[in-house]
Design a protein around this ligand. Structure first.
Ligand code: 1WB
Ligand code: MN
Length: 345
């Protein structure tokens, strides 16, 4: 540990060459999807014209050690919790997706083995084949000792409220491992997101994940899986700001038969079953609201490397007006608990 607080950054992105190559193929395909601007810009910069190529994201995603560890050291970051970056394997056919998720998980486990105090990681899986996804999830925890799971929102326009995906939720709950729902571009009817860069991190990503988790709560997923933990990034994708209204309107919908009856309110589910990270949001007022609304045990610090620079993310948390005890929780202790990371010795 380098500083006063153990700093575990909880939403740090990576990729592997095999997946980058497969995404370049997607980028060159005629697929009609809002994810394509990002695919072209990040994975096929040669013919992009999206502006993304100027950001140099791919190099940062593929570099697991050479520049990443010095960046961590320079900023006093103890650990990256690594996630295969969006869209993960979810734009591939089921066989390719299953194979590449396995490969990514193996690489991640290797990295953690080499640097057990610097990295932890969330396992990928292919929702396209729920049966094989469950197998890979079990292997990731039992054999690879990974720390939880990541899914990049919808899969072919389907969301985790769909019962065909419930075996995935069942295994996560059984292992007491959090599923991190990271954004990708929205699935359909997305014409209104296509301009001004609104297709991705600026706006549509939060709308997409927000929609995803409201679907899950309104469907009653958490009555069936009361202990399931879902993590969402980007300061909770603003869901907790809307909780009062979503809860009120969901009750009304239940009353007139437009939504199934549930045991708890949306607000109660969000407080019981969700944790959030600060990835990519360095706004002290949003942090203060999040901690007041959700409790300091449910908020974790993150950078969103390499999409966001590390230094301002560290300065943001260093300057946050929290007690030392609370700052220690947000910076690392909550992550240790939620993601089963061994406390620093
Ligand atoms: C960006 C941000 C792009 C994220 C991403 O591609 C992801 C961006 C997967 O800043 O354009 C992210 O995770 O916040
Ligand atoms: Mn992110």
């Amino acid at each position: 540990m380098t500083g006063k607080f153990r700093k575990i950054a909880t939403e740090e992105a990576f990729s592997i060459p095999e997946i980058a190559k497969a995404l370049q193929k997607v980028a060159r395909s005629p697929l009609d999807s809002l994810d394509m601007a990002l695919m072209k810009g990040v994975y096929d910069a040669a013919d992009s014209g999206t502006g993304y190529s100027r950001m140099g994201f791919l190099e940062g995603l593929l570099d697991l050690e050479e520049k990443r560890i010095p960046d961590m050291d320079a900023n006093g970051v103890d650990m990256h919790l690594m996630l295969l970056t969006a869209p993960g394997v979810q734009m591939f056919d089921a066989d390719t997706a299953t194979e590449l998720a396995t490969l990514a998980n193996d690489r991640l486990a290797d990295l953690i083995k080499r640097h057990p105090t610097r990295f932890a990681g969330l396992a990928s899986f292919a929702p396209q084949s729920p049966k094989r996804a469950v197998k890979e999830m079990e292997r990731s925890i039992r054999e690879l000792k990974l720390n939880g799971f990541v899914v990049n929102s919808h899969t072919n326009g389907e969301y985790l409220d769909d019962q065909k995906y419930w075996p995935i939720l069942e295994v996560a709950e059984a292992f007491d491992r959090c599923i991190y729902i990271h954004p990708r571009a929205p699935s359909e009817g997305s014409g209104m997101f296509t301009h001004y860069g609104m297709d991705s991190a600026m706006w549509a990503y939060g709308v997409e994940v927000g929609t995803h988790v409201v679907r899950m709560m309104a469907a009653g997923v958490f009555d069936r899986f009361p202990k399931l933990k879902i993590c969402i990034g980007h300061m909770g994708e603003a869901i907790h700001f809307w909780l009062w209204r979503i809860s009120f309107m969901n009750k009304r919908s239940q009353g007139i038969g437009r939504a199934p009856k549930t045991q708890l309110t949306i607000e109660e589910y969000f407080k019981r079953n969700f944790v959030i990270t600060t990835s990519g949001v360095e706004d002290p007022l949003a942090l203060e609201y999040s901690i007041k609304k959700l409790g300091v045990d449910n908020v974790m610090w993150a950078i969103d490397y390499p999409y966001q620079p590390s230094a301002p993310a560290v300065a943001f948390m260093d300057n946050a007006p929290l007690s030392d005890a609370d700052k220690a929780k947000v910076y690392g202790k909550n992550a240790e608990r939620i993601f089963h990371i061994k406390p620093a010795g």
